[in-house]
Design a protein around this ligand. Structure first.
Ligand code: 5GP
Length: 181
């Protein structure tokens, strides 16, 4: 399948994703039985995963979709990232961040710092995919769907240049590995 300039091939089937999402849901149901967590899915990539994961949870919970915006700091030359779209107080709340994919973990680190500074009771993360870098760096993620290598993936909410979010399966770019290149 070709999207823009890249060729993609099937990587994780719809049924494998469905099974994994059900497994993650079961763990969360168990761990949050006596709590009322607030799910914070990070848009846009996690919309499909979040919907499937949250649909059918037995626990009492809230859901608030948020987005990350990058802005140029006045003092810093680097790009700072901030959460936008939080519409309720998260003080003393149990938060579950819902991510599509964690690569370097830098985005996640910023989000966790920001949420912690709001006086949250606990902050945990559920991600559908985790890349090798995050794994090696030991980024703290409680619930992980699939561990993958350094491939570029799309589908099931994830895009390439804005396209491919609608696909039911997860695809990976058919690119030569660094050793082959
Ligand atoms: P990090 O800060 O962990 O390096 O980057 C995480 C973000 O980068 C994800 O939320 C996602 O938006 C984007 N990203 C990282 N790897 C991929 C990938 O393989 N495919 C797509 N579509 N987005 C990715």
């Amino acid at each position: 399948m070709k999207i823009q300039d890249l060729e993609f091939k099937k990587f994780i089937s719809e049924s494998t994703v469905t099974e994994k999402v059900a497994e993650l849901r079961k763990h969360i149901n168990h761990d949050y039985k006596k709590k009322t967590p607030v799910f914070l899915p990070i848009l846009n990539g996690s919309f499909m995963f979040a919907a499937d994961l949250i649909k059918g949870l037995d626990i009492s919970c809230q859901v608030s979709f948020v987005k990350i915006s990058s802005y140029q700091g006045t003092q810093s030359t680097g790009q700072l990232k901030t959460l936008i779209g939080i519409e309720q107080s998260l003080f003393n709340q149990d938060i579950i961040i819902v991510e599509d994919i964690v690569d370097t973990g830098l985005t996640l680190q910023k989000i966790i710092e920001e949420l912690t500074s709001l006086g949250t009771k606990s902050v945990e993360v559920v991600t559908l995919l985790r890349k090798k870098t995050a794994r090696e760096k030991g980024v703290a993620i409680k619930y992980i769907g699939f561990d993958i290598d350094e491939e570029f993936v799309l589908g099931y909410g994830l895009d390439y240049d804005g396209l491919g979010r609608n696909l039911k399966e997860i695809y990976k770019a058919d690119m030569p590995t660094p050793e082959e290149a």
